[in-house]
Design a protein around this ligand. Sequence first.
Ligand code: ADP
Length: 158
Amino acid sequence: MLKAAFPGSFDPPTLGHTNIVRRAASIFDELLVVVAENRRKKYLFSAEERVAMIRELVKDCGNVLVEICDTLIVDFLRRRDIRLLVRGVRGLDDFSYEFELSMMNKALDPRIETIFMTTDPEYFVLRSSSIKELASFHGDTTGMVPPLVAEALKAKYR
Ligand code: ADP
């Protein structure tokens, strides 16, 4: 059974994230989406809200699970016997950052392998932080996030 994890903030989940989830879920037997909960970070959506949105968005994928992680990702993965980390890459900037992160994770646990999936072209400009900014000015986020996330953003900034 080949299991992989896709960690991130998903604050909020975008069409870029769901695209990576679906593509990864079609490769691995089981995909665990890991929602980061870092006490030092400020999120717009609570971890429970982010988990609920992702579960709803991928409920048709039978092999996708969603959990919260408030520890180091390598410790979280070790406890679940998962060795593969999936990360999405939008371009060179993402890659430099992701490359360093993968080196750090490998230093912490040499069994961890990071697999990079390049974004599908229509999603490469999608970034949760820019989408939040747009939503905060009541801009239209259609085509960037799934409709339920667009509604949730509107409700937050009402
Ligand atoms: P971001 O604020 O960059 O969306 P996340 O921590 O939520 O940050 O991202 C989780 C993972 O999803 C990271 O590997 C990130 O590179 C990837 N990702 C984010 N947006 C996209 C996208 N539009 N296409 C592909 N991968 C993406």
